[in-house]
Design a protein around this ligand. Structure first.
Ligand SMILES: Cc1cc2nc3c(=O)[nH]c(=O)nc-3n(C[C@H](O)[C@H](O)[C@H](O)COP(=O)(O)OP(=O)(O)OC[C@H]3O[C@@H](n4cnc5c(N)ncnc54)[C@H](O)[C@@H]3O)c2cc1C
Length: 310
């Protein structure tokens, strides 16, 4: 048996948080720089917030990260009008639109989860430098490796190191932050019962301010099927980020935003939630590993803090 037998797979924010509270675990990750999606996709930081909760405040205080408590208002653009609140029916329609590609008629689509929309008309956040959070959480001893196989019955995994060598390691416990759609392809002796579907999304940035934005520090959800977007908000000084479900071509975008500055297309944009169950010796952490869009940083902290390896 090798020395380290408790592992965290991945080095995204969820893995780093787990490691912070459970230092006896070793991280294995193929990331050149830790931070997972938040490091790879700089654009994700345009819509990513650390919510203001007891757990997140405590973590930032312990890491000695400066933050400002901020309340972002949420408005709804409803067929030309700006609303502060919407009815349940309107919320269901919004989620139907968000869960279907922008040019798809979603009115016959059935939804069974309301996680894609908040019920408050504000969001309390901790405004801070996420890159600094990642840096402070990053441990020195990360093993470089990409997991290629996991045998959950005989409790070993195979990873590929920097020199393309395949290394077999036995484990007592694994905490996986690998996105579930990738993870379950690795467990060759386990028949995966999940669908793990997702939809692509497009993020467009433009310096042109939409004329309905009055409050620059707010988030605007769009309930108008004449528009392809589901959300618009300001980022930085004078950039506006538009989010749409589905993949829009540059020509399609131009019909709605004449002068856009950049486009990011993500093929895993919106996940269709599932109830992923932990294994006895493999536990999952984070939104993508649990395939659940309601998971936020505070949930990861809660799990990491109270985790007991019995
Ligand atoms: C548009 C958008 C907005 C969001 N907004 C928020 C928000 O406001 N607040 C919030 O809390 N969350 C938000 N999220 C969710 C957010 O992305 C996550 O909370 C967080 O970035 C996910 O981090 P993670 O560590 O769980 O996963 P990831 O960052 O995806 O990390 C997965 C890790 O697994 C590793 N990995 C993959 N394959 C292998 C392999 N074979 N072997 C080993 N390692 C592997 C990767 O390299 C990576 O290190 C948002 C997500 C999106 C897409």
């Amino acid at each position: 048996m090798q020395q380290h037998n408790k592992f965290i797979l991945g080095s995204g924010i969820s893995a780093l948080i787990f490691k912070y509270f459970n230092p006896s675990y070793k991280i294995i990750s193929p990331d050149e720089k830790p931070g997972g999606q938040l490091t790879k996709h700089n654009n994700l930081l345009t819509t990513f917030y650390i919510h203001n909760t007891l757990e997140t405040r405590e973590l930032l205080n312990n890491l000695k990260i400066k933050y400002k408590e901020k309340r972002l208002k949420i408005y709804y653009y409803y067929y030309g009008k700006i609303l502060e609140n919407i009815t349940n029916e309107q919320r269901i329609n919004f989620i139907k639109n968000k869960l279907s590609e922008w040019n798809y008629d979603s009115n016959s689509y059935k939804i069974n989860n309301m996680n894609l929309s908040v019920s408050n008309n504000f969001l309390d956040i901790l405004d801070c430098n996420i890159e600094e959070v990642i840096k402070k959480l990053t441990p020195k001893d990360i093993i470089y490796g990409s997991i290629k196989l996991i045998n959950n019955n005989r409790k070993f995994f195979v990873y590929q190191d920097k020199n393309k060598n395949l290394i077999t390691h036995y484990y007592d416990m694994i905490i996986s932050s690998i996105p579930a759609n990738l993870f379950f392809n690795l467990t060759y002796n386990y028949k995966c019962p999940y669908y793990l579907n997702y939809l692509p999304s497009t993020f467009i940035s433009s310096q042109i301010k939409p004329e309905f934005i009055k409050d620059e520090d707010s988030i605007y959800y769009i309930l108008d099927d004449n528009l392809p977007f589901s959300r618009v908000q300001r980022f930085g000084i004078n950039t506006y980020i538009y989010e749409a479900t589905g993949l829009l071509t540059d020509e399609e975008i131009k019909k709605y935003i004449k002068n856009f500055t950049s486009v990011e297309r993500r093929y895993v944009g919106i996940i269709k939630d599932e109830d992923i169950l932990n294994f006895k010796y493999i536990k999952f952490i984070g939104r993508n590993a649990l395939w659940n869009s309601s998971i936020k940083i505070q949930d990861v902290i809660k799990y990491a803090k109270y985790f007991k390896n019995e």
